[in-house]
Design a protein around this ligand. Sequence first.
Ligand code: NAP
Length: 502
Amino acid sequence: MVKYKEKFEEQKVFIDGEWTTSSKGDTYSIINPSTGKSFVKCQKCDVEDTKRAIDVARDAFDNGPWPEMSIEERTKIFYKVTDMIAEKAWEISKLDAMCNGVPVLEHASMTMMLPAHMRYVCAQAKKLVEPKKVSGEFPLDQKVWREPDGVVAIITPWNAPFGECMMKLPPALIDGNTVVFKPASQTPLTTLDLGKMFEKAGIPKGALNIITGPGPVVGVEMAKNTKVDHISFTGEGITGKEIVQNALGNLKKVTLELGGKSPNIIFDDFSVDEAATAAMIGGYFLNGEICIDGSRIFVQDTIHEKFSKKFVELSKSLKIGNALSLKTNIGPLVTETQMEKNLKYIEYGKDAGATLLCGGYRPREGELKDGFFVAPTVFDNVSNDMRIAREEIFGPVLCVIPFSTEKEVIEMANDTTYGLAGAVWTHDKERAVRVARKIKAGTVFINTYHMLTADMPFGGYKQSGWGREMSEQGVEEFTQVKSITADWSGLTKWLMNVIISH
Ligand code: NAP
């Protein structure tokens, strides 16, 4: 495994079991968003490098040992990697924090759950190995088998780099697929590290290939290349749509985890303090750079005024700082571009007439000087048709929208092109479940937020995506279903005789 100091040396890519440079020797730098300074170089692969990695994965699937290995053999390799992840959890969290600016403790809260996730994935994959027998209503021997898709291309975003990688890579690999993986350009370090762990654990050459480089070059080729059987993508909706178009050539399977603009609904049986805490939990995790962010906070009008006062007080108390500091609650946004995007949406909010209660600026004092920070920002009296309520901002910019009735809030919650997640906060259990069932989204929380565990399916309705990750569905997602029907009874022969004799 790589030593910590080597993280800051030029990173290579992993193709056919070798750590190598891009064919043209091109590299790019990663900038730490907390300091604005570059700290490591990565390989800038091009179309030729991408084709090579795909060819290797194709050959490893068609002729290599990985798909033929028993689930027990594959699990043995996975368990070695699981131990390495457990041992390195803190280091992984620090590296991701350096690349994307999310506070290190928040990364750690996710990384620490991943060894259990790996074990869960292995257990689910084992269940898929044996064929399923069907009803037995017919005098035939009929079984349904699960088989790997083949070559899987994986593309991930920057907001939770190791977590996103773990939602896709373990299920794809354990099912017997071979993989070409492209992490987001800004955050590839921990995915490359995972490659080192699999290498050390003894994964056969070519089963896992990790390349880095620009999405519009490397990612486009992965989507277009007809030797790829399945592309699994997490990122923005607009990129997802382009992937679908590029994947048409061989009609490869496409799995999409896209954006969201999730409703976080708070009823007035919650105290003002509870309500403000609910909004904080839903809105500021990962600096608000999370697809399920509770960015539309619907508050019942009877507590609205007091709620807003408390919510602003709590938002102002958040400590803004370097993502590596244990005291930091809000780190910098991932890049200067992402910071500028947030500041632009703040202007849209002001222009549209929403009330800016706090934040709305780039803090630059002291150690924040060169980082890409945006102060926690709360807009009040937002209307659901404003741009800030309809489009994904992906940062600590939150909208408070008052409502009066359950019917009204359900209508507003669903009045969005997205359908990824949502939450309901109330002590009334019947109402909670009733509202949760009415929200058109793949994941709904009641009196909690961001609690995603390995055994619950995750994915979106509407324009938030296709398919599911995590859970048994997430492991099945990387397999094909094959029906094998055998006639040992002579039925077919008897039928033929009947037909011929007429
Ligand atoms: P993005 O711009 O779509 O990029 C995601 C990945 O796609 C990156 O690896 C990127 O490479 C690559 N890419 C860019 N253009 C491409 C193209 N034309 N063809 C193929 N790949 C291409 O998204 P992002 O800004 O990194 O991430 C934020 C978005 O991800 C938000 O919309 C968020 O909601 C969504 N997200 C969804 C989930 C979920 O599970 N539903 C989870 C996390 C994030 P480069 O880095 O080289 O540009």
